[in-house]
Design a binder for this molecule. Structure first.
Ligand SMILES: Cc1cc2nc3c(=O)[nH]c(=O)nc-3n(C[C@H](O)[C@H](O)[C@H](O)COP(=O)(O)O)c2cc1C
Length: 225
């Protein structure tokens, strides 16, 4: 092989490597964007379901606050809390929490809690649990997650906030206890967090920087529990 052939071969190799790297980077970027877009879509869909428009008169997408509490909310990232108010009075909040100990890692949740501490509902925003085993937490796969609606720290009592396998009140799935256990634990922690922090959650200014819609301009009142 003469030096010209070596140069041509090296050039080809370089070209293939560059194209390969670009393709991997492009796919990675696209996948990330798609996951983020899917999460956004699930968020919008589910916020309206958990907090129906007729129960509040503020713009819940803009009336948000961010809180950081890894122990209670399952993530070191600031968690967004969406706040629903009627005539300025707090009605409910939706906490974006994480169950960090799913079978395949983190399960992102929306936990809607009314001011009296009862659950408006819970929805999964994203998860990587095994299809046919752990994915029954998804409302599109089964009704299991709907069983949280109306529950509170008094129903069931605190020590019954677990799956039946652990002596709790909530069903697990056949051959798959890890996923529902993680979700029940995360919901319980969110309820406890809300119980201790509801006043503060509703009192803080919205952290949304965008100009809010006119309908969202409401007096910030302290919680009246
Ligand atoms: C390939 C594979 C995937 C699994 N995926 C899940 C899952 O997504 N969620 C889950 O709770 N358990 C999953 N399991 C089962 C757990 O390893 C564990 O056995 C189970 O959660 C314990 O539940 P059980 O006590 O009801 O048997 C999976 C097991 C295997 C082998």
């Amino acid at each position: 092989m003469n030096s010209r052939q070596i140069l041509v071969t090296a050039l080809f190799l370089f070209l293939f490597a560059a194209i390969g790297t670009a393709l991997v980077a492009f796919t990675f970027d696209n996948t990330h964007e798609r996951i983020a877009a899917n999460e956004r879509e699930a968020l919008l869909r589910n916020l309206h379901v958990l907090i129906p428009p007729d129960t509040h008169d503020n713009d819940i997408f803009n009336d948000i606050t961010k809180v950081t509490n890894p122990e209670s909310l399952g993530t070191t990232e600031p968690a967004t809390v969406y706040r629903a108010r009627k005539q300025g009075w707090p009605v409910a909040a939706v906490l974006t929490t994480v169950a960090p100990d799913g079978y395949n890692g983190a399960i992102k949740l929306l936990v809607g809690i009314k001011l009296d501490g009862t659950l408006a509902g819970v929805r999964v925003v994203s998860h990587r649990e095994t299809p046919g085993l752990g994915d029954f937490i998804d409302a599109q796969r089964s009704d299991w997650i709907l069983g949280f609606t109306g529950r509170s720290l008094k129903d069931p009592i605190l020590k019954k906030w677990g799956v039946k396998r652990d002596g709790g009140e909530f069903d697990q799935f056949t051959g798959a206890t890890i996923t529902p256990r993680a979700v029940v634990k995360a919901v319980k922690k969110a309820l406890l967090y809300f119980e201790h922090n509801s006043q503060r959650l509703f009192a803080s200014e919205s952290t949304r920087t965008a100009v809010p819609a006119a309908s969202s301009v409401q007096p910030v009142e302290s919680a009246h529990e």
